[in-house]
Design a binder for this molecule. Structure first.
Ligand code: DGJ
Length: 726
């Protein structure tokens, strides 16, 4: 891995053994984007496009934006208006209201590792080098430091920008994306993920065309509606072949991922904080750090891109005791009881769960204040003694006495109008002056930009965690933000609230996590509404969706795996008929699908006969036996639920000696033709034994000729193959 500056060609070449990213300076002034793809040693002058060559000035003095309009050049940090009329990566409004920003090369530095991003989560910087390219606007004194990190062992470039005001007048940042890549051509298909509550992250693809296209969220969170991810796919790309350029943002607030195809059929891809409902006043001497974006190139199709992202998550994103290790198999009482529980019922449920081999009992919503429905008590984090006469302390003691761990649900960022907290601090919620306080799920959002609110949340939540002696926390967030306004921000800073909220949230989470380093934290946002790499830096797993129906889960988990590995995806076996869809699927299928993530249960075991508990115990045991493979094995998508009647995926151990393959049919079919599943990632020279049947197959045979799955009998039937090398 290295970053080399060649003064002859004026190129920065960021390369590891597999990929390169090349930037070329135009007359030592503007950094242009030259190349991103498989490793190249260098790119000579002759290979630079004619437009770029024509656009090259001979010297600084002769350089004229009129002769060389930046509008036609691929740039690393374009700004709107200085010759370029496309949307820029940065847009700054000066004190006098003008908004030109002529950012020119000032200096560069190549450092080992990578800088920490103040206040923001980011990937760790071991086995990495960072290019810091500083550009400056001479008139205003605005400076931008562009960070580019390349890793020895990851095919990912991490990018962000630090914007500094070195002038003597305040300026307003109107937009600041984290990364921009100007592709020379636009012959790509754009892949994004969009959805809604209980049907998060559905995959969408479309050919890009002149104009702007992409996804964004202005909801104050990355959201269930969209994901801070996009990928550009070269033509004929599939799961296993083709050039893929993935973009993902390490940020949990509003974002935008956009591609603009211009008059020359070039494509400008940018990702960063949602510019709508954002600006930031930069006083002289102050700086602003954008979130980190990951640029992930793979020549090996979508599976290649996902495997790169998964490695990034496992090796540099997730932290703490549970990152990289086994996770407790849990039962959550939400779908078993909703708000209707008492200590006796919960202990009985836990005891039954213990019989089924389950490690961790999680008490979900409804244990505090007087919360019998979703219309009260958020903010009042003290025990409801009507339901729990011995409090969470007493309950936790009983659960621990069963030999199980105890976990607790909290929703720290929220406040119910019917709460003691609200009666004491009506100003603590986000609200726009005297306008109506628009409720969602009967609740308002705490203003996490305020220090007093942050301190209250840390104190209340850590007190509950201490009382409950908890081993696990589910951190929920069940509404998006409306009626933006903070009582503590001056008028010109009101549009900073979205980002200040997220910075406040990260700080609160860090303070709590640092206090309880042995606790497993799972994030959640009304299902999977804050499913982003920023959250994963803090909490190693996230509740994927409130839709626990195995059939729908096939789709949701399939697309979630585009960026996130199995170890991040909370996945539970729930009751039939399913509470979200009314659909009944076999227990084996529900379990097989839940094995695609961090496995758990969410159903009333007290209603199940002993035989089913025994079956569940066997499944729990099976998962425990191969959890490492299930969570951390190299993941391959084999059959897409978006394309037909089947879904299939597999995980292969790093040494390729073990694999687990899962195949799910959607509907049963009469007189079906055999389905042959060609596997991936095995060692062609090894022989593998099917653990269940004892049959032996060659690795080459499994990958070339394939394995035949059982005929579909009934709807939603599934089959798993556990293969071990001989
Ligand atoms: C939304 C979560 O996604 C559910 O799992 C559950 O915790 C409810 N909130 C509780 O209100």
């Amino acid at each position: 891995m290295s970053i080399i500056y060649d003064s002859q060609t004026k190129c920065f070449n960021l390369s590891n053994d597999r990929i390169s990213y090349v930037i070329r300076m135009a007359a030592d002034l503007y950094p242009l984007h030259l190349y991103w793809g498989k490793r190249v040693r260098r790119i000579s002058d002759k290979m630079v496009s004619r437009r770029m060559q024509d656009g090259y000035p001979q010297s600084d003095e002769k350089f004229s934006l009129h002769e060389t309009p930046l509008d036609h050049l691929p740039q690393e940090c374009p700004t709107y208006g200085v010759g370029d009329l496309r949307e820029g990566m940065l847009h700054v409004i000066h004190q006098d209201g003008t908004h030109a920003l002529d950012l020119r090369y000032a200096s560069h530095e190549i450092i080992e590792g990578k800088p920490e991003l103040p206040g923001l989560p980011s990937a760790r910087g071991d086995k990495a080098q960072t290019l810091i390219l500083t550009l400056a606007d001479a008139l205003s004194g605005i400076r931008v430091k562009l960070y580019y990190t390349i890793y020895e062992d990851l095919d990912v470039i991490a990018r962000s920008a630090l914007i500094e005001n070195g002038g003597d007048a305040p300026a307003v940042i109107d937009r600041a994306y984290s990364a921009c890549v100007d592709f020379e051509y636009s012959d790509y298909t754009l892949m994004t993920m969009s959805g809604a509550w209980a049907r998060e992250r559905q995959l969408y693809t479309r050919k890009i065309a002149p104009g702007e296209q992409g996804v964004s969220s202005a909801r104050g969170a990355s959201s269930v509606q969209t994901s801070p991810f996009m990928a550009l796919l070269a033509s004929n790309t599939n799961e296993d072949a083709g050039d893929v350029y993935g973009f993902a943002l390490c940020y949990s607030g509003g974002f935008k991922a956009t591609v603009e195809v211009d008059q020359n059929w070039s494509a400008r891809a940018m990702i960063g904080i949602q510019p709508f409902n954002f600006n930031w006043t930069l006083e002289p001497g102050a700086s602003f750090q954008t979130p980190e974006a990951y640029l992930c190139y793979s020549p090996d199709g979508l599976n290649g891109m996902s495997q790169n992202f998964h490695k990034l998550v496992h090796r540099r994103i997730t932290t703490g005791k549970y990152a990289g290790s086994k996770r407790p198999i849990l039962i959550n009482n939400w779908e078993a009881t909703y708000f209707n529980f008492n200590e006796e019922k919960l202990v009985a449920l836990a005891a039954r769960a213990k019989k089924a081999g389950i490690d961790l009992f999680v008490l979900d919503d409804g244990w505090f204040g007087h919360r019998d429905a979703d219309n009260s008590s958020l903010g009042d984090w003290f025990d409801d003694k009507r339901k729990l006469p011995n409090g969470i302390a007493g309950l936790s003691e009983k659960i621990h006495a069963l030999g199980m761990k105890f976990g607790l649900w909290v929703e720290p960022e929220m406040i119910s109008p019917d709460s003691e907290l609200y009666r004491a601090h009506p100003d603590w919620c986000i609200h726009a002056g005297e306008y109506i306080r628009v409720e969602s799920r009967h609740q308002l959002t705490l203003d996490m930009s305020r220090q007093d609110v942050q301190d209250y949340v840390v104190e209340a939540i850590t007190a509950a965690m201490k009382r409950g002696n908890v081993d696990y926390v589910k951190w929920d967030m069940n509404r998006f933000i409306t009626m933006w306004g903070s009582e503590q921000l001056p008028a010109q800073r009101q549009q900073e609230l979205g980002h200040r909220y997220i910075l406040g949230l990260y700080s609160v989470m860090r303070r709590i996590i640092e206090k309880y380093p042995d606790v497993l934290f799972e994030s959640c946002a009304g299902g999977g509404g804050r499913y982003d790499l920023g959250m994963m830096c803090l909490m190693p797993q996230a509740w994927t969706t409130d839709d626990t129906d195995a059939h729908m889960r096939c789709r949701i988990q399939y697309s979630t795996s585009m960026v996130f590995p199995q170890s991040c995806m909370g996945a539970h076996v729930s009751a039939v008929p399913n509470h979200q869809t009314g659909r009944s699927t076999p227990l084996a299928t529900r379990a097989a699908v839940a094995m695609g993530g961090t496995y758990g249960y969410e159903l009333n075991l007290l209603e199940l006969p002993d035989e089913e508990i025994e079956e569940i115990a066997k499944l729990t045991d099976k998962v425990r036996g191969m959890q490492e493979l299930l969570l951390y094995g190299t993941f391959f998508r084999l059959k897409s639920p978006y394309e037909g009647n089947q879904t299939a995926w597999m995980c292969v151990s790093e040494d390729k000696k073990e694999a687990i393959v899962t195949h799910v049919f959607t509907l049963g079919q009469p007189n079906p033709k055999d389905v042959r599943l060609t596997l991936r990632g095995l060692d062609p020279e090894l022989d593998y034994q099917d653990v269940e049947t004892g049959a032996i197959y060659g690795g080459d045979e499994l990958m070339l000729h394939g394995i035949i799955v059982k005929k579909p009998w009934g709807d939603y039937c599934s089959e798993q193959f556990h293969l071990k090398a001989l």
